[in-house]
Design a protein around this ligand. Structure first.
Ligand SMILES: [Zn+2]
Length: 277
């Protein structure tokens, strides 16, 4: 009967191993029992973000993510204000050094020839992204960084060479510009996440998107350029009403920076043994 002893030991070990996980969910969860996460993001280092969006966020007690392009008027003239935004707990993220875009695509005549991504090499882009990280680190002291693709472009050399491996190496997550609906967090591509552009939207369509993310237990990543000014403008009233809606539903939505939400999401992927795309 000695063969029973190893069996008993095995059973005991199995139950001990299982015990700490008994209360852990086997599905993706958000902090505080929230049904979905929300990120408010702002591209291009625009003055209206400092003048209008930031004060609205501060009044609401909500942290946003500012994807800064390093070569910008506000980075030269209002650098101390960006430093304060970072010190207040908002995320200073990378939107590259010069905001290069593919000039060869339709409607891209506005892209300066010196910033034409079609004429970039991978090495040049990587160097500029590293320099931007150094500059942002001088602003807020952080090492780990997230990124947003300028114009949503992901390739250099006339679109022939993808730089997705570079962003995958340099950032813990990168935000894209298209808004495919995730039916589950398992579908998330950390290296090119969806985004919902708030310019030209009204409250009804914005809430509809938010609630569809709630239903699927995913994340609503809102993209803004100008807020009440500059270009690709988000209506400042819509921005405020979205903040009001989130405040009224704070038990349902976890609102935090892109970096915080993506860090949590990576931890959940690890816990659930999901493969990262
Ligand atoms: Zn941009």
């Amino acid at each position: 009967m000695t063969y029973l002893r190893p069996l008993l030991v095995l059973l005991l070990l199995t139950s001990l191993r299982a015990a700490p996980f008994m209360n852990a969910s086997d599905s993706f969860t958000w902090p505080g029992g929230a049904g979905a996460a929300v990120c408010l993001t702002y591209d291009d280092s625009l003055p209206s973000q400092l003048d209008i969006a930031y004060p609205q966020l501060e009044a609401a007690g909500v942290k946003g993510t500012f994807f800064l392009q390093a070569k910008a008027d506000t980075m030269e003239q209002r650098l101390e204000e960006w430093r304060q935004v970072g010190a207040a707990g908002h995320e200073l993220a990378s939107h590259s050094l010069y905001h290069p875009c593919r000039r060869g695509l339709p409607g891209r005549d506005w892209v300066a020839e010196s910033r034409d991504l079609d004429h970039y090499t991978i090495e040049r882009l990587r160097d500029e992204l590293l320099l931007t990280n150094t500059l942002l680190q001088a602003l807020d002291g952080n090492n780990a960084r997230t990124f947003a693709y300028p114009c949503g472009d992901t390739a250099v050399a006339n679109g022939q060479e993808s730089f997705l491996p570079v962003t995958n190496e340099l950032y813990l997550a990168s935000r894209g510009v298209s808004s495919p609906q995730l039916s589950s967090m398992k579908e998330l591509d950390f290296n090119n996440t969806p985004a919902f552009d708030l310019s030209h939207q009204d409250l009804k369509s914005t809430i509809a998107y938010l609630e569809s993310c709630y239903k699927s237990g995913t994340v609503a990543i809102f993209l803004n350029h100008g807020v009440g000014g500059d270009y690709l403008v988000t209506d400042p009233q819509l921005h405020q009403e979205l903040l009001d809606y989130l405040a009224a539903n704070q038990d349902r939505f976890w609102v935090d920076t892109f970096k915080a939400v993506m860090t949590h999401t990576r931890q959940e992927f690890e816990r659930l043994d999901w493969s990262v795309q």
